[in-house]
Design a protein around this ligand. Structure first.
Ligand code: G3I
Length: 343
């Protein structure tokens, strides 16, 4: 059966690589082909989810998990002191629960999109906000969200700690304290450190590895690592590098989530770049399959139009599995092939 699936997927992929519409499609979906012990997810934009039926039904049929792309960010959910705006996040959580999707809460403590009212606080005032934010959000969704990106992107590319508002006012212990508080708010939740450019060996990987090893040694409740995969011409991914990184973090006993997967290429794209991109999507799926500890893969942006890439990187795009008209690209079929492979 698997061989037949692989044959079919390869055929479909070859059709779509040369931009020919595949003549037929079996009702294979990303979630039907993914192992039961793994979640296949995608980031969701509330403005799309509740206004675009095509967007919503594609997510419903193809994915078993979702991540609110922006709705839970502090600037959005807690824009002014003591005031919370839960509307979008609540709507996404309600939709996900009624459609049986695993929800990845994202992010709790991050250096970006922090509300402006934090800027003029002293250390004690900021510590108060830090603690109440973590407790308020994690507690609110304690019966719906059991996976959280508690600390997001705390490490620089050279391996030093990012000089965020949290580090400046609270010192390096903010990372440890965030996990302790989140665990207190929801002891049933799995708590992740989530960061980008960790999927190749280097100073950032070394620093994250040592940081988490130290937290584990101190019995801090951290359960997994979110390996963001925002791949782009200046951060190309090798299959060996991904395998090595997953192996190393798995040896710490962590759950591995491949998060925020998108592969930005120069646009308008060349066939060469599309082929390399499709191959990378394929091995991302197949390498995760080689590790029982790799329990989740999440795409970032459902299609090339809603993807964050074009508005943040001039000249890059086409980073997702679907084109702007929601047509499956070769990246979709190669990713499907990777999720299907068991070698
Ligand atoms: O909500 C405002 C809207 O009121 C305003 O009219 C509009 C135009 O300025 O901006 C809107 O805010 C935008 C926000 O997305 C919501 O759409 C911000 O400008 C824009 O910068 C923000 O981009 C998001 C980015 O994080 C920064 O938060 C992207 O959509 C999102 O894909 C991206 O995702 C992050 C992950 O959360 C963490 N890992 C890195 C990843 C990429 O940066």
């Amino acid at each position: 059966m698997r061989f037949l699936n692989l044959l079919l997927i390869s055929f479909l992929a070859s059709c779509s690589l040369s931009n020919n519409e595949p003549h037929f499609e079996k009702n294979l979906t990303l979630k039907s082909i993914t192992d039961n012990n793994k979640t296949i997810g995608v980031s969701v934009l509330s403005e799309q989810l509740f206004s675009n039926n095509n967007y919503q039904s594609f997510i419903n049929s193809e994915f078993s998990g979702i991540t609110p792309e922006n709705a839970m960010k502090m600037e959005t959910i807690n824009p002014t002191k003591g005031m919370y705006n839960f509307r979008d996040a609540d709507e996404i959580v309600r939709w996900a629960e009624s459609n049986k999707k695993v929800i990845r809460g994202h992010p709790i403590i991050w250096h970006r999109q922090v509300p402006s009212y934090l800027k003029n606080l002293d250390n004690n005032q900021l510590k108060e906000i830090f603690e109440s934010h973590i407790l308020t959000i994690v507690k609110r969704y304690q019966n719906s969200v059991f996976i959280w990106d508690i600390v997001n992107e705390a490490i620089n590319s050279d391996g030093t700690l990012r000089k965020s508002i949290w580090l400046k006012h609270l010192g390096p212990d903010y990372i440890k304290d965030a996990f302790i508080l989140a665990h207190h708010a929801n002891p049933k939740a799995k708590l992740f450190y989530n960061d980008y450019d960790l999927t190749m060996p280097g100073p950032k990987f070394d620093s994250a590895y040592e940081l988490i090893k130290d937290l584990l040694k101190k019995k801090i409740p951290i359960h997994g690592i979110g390996l963001q995969m925002h791949l782009r011409p200046e951060f190309k991914q090798s299959e060996e590098g991904l395998r090595l990184v997953i192996q190393k973090f798995s040896e710490l006993g962590l759950e591995i989530h491949l998060t925020e997967i998108d592969i930005a290429i120069p646009t308008p794209s060349s066939l060469n770049d599309r082929e390399e991109q499709a191959r990378t999507f394929q091995f991302i799926g197949s390498v995760c399959n080689q590790f029982p500890s790799c329990t989740s893969l999440s795409l970032w942006g459902l299609n090339d139009t809603v993807s964050w890439i074009p508005s943040h990187f001039k000249g890059l795009g086409e980073a997702t599995l679907l084109d702007g008209n929601m047509n499956k690209k070769s990246t979709y079929y190669e990713f499907l092939k990777g999720l299907e492979s068991r070698n």
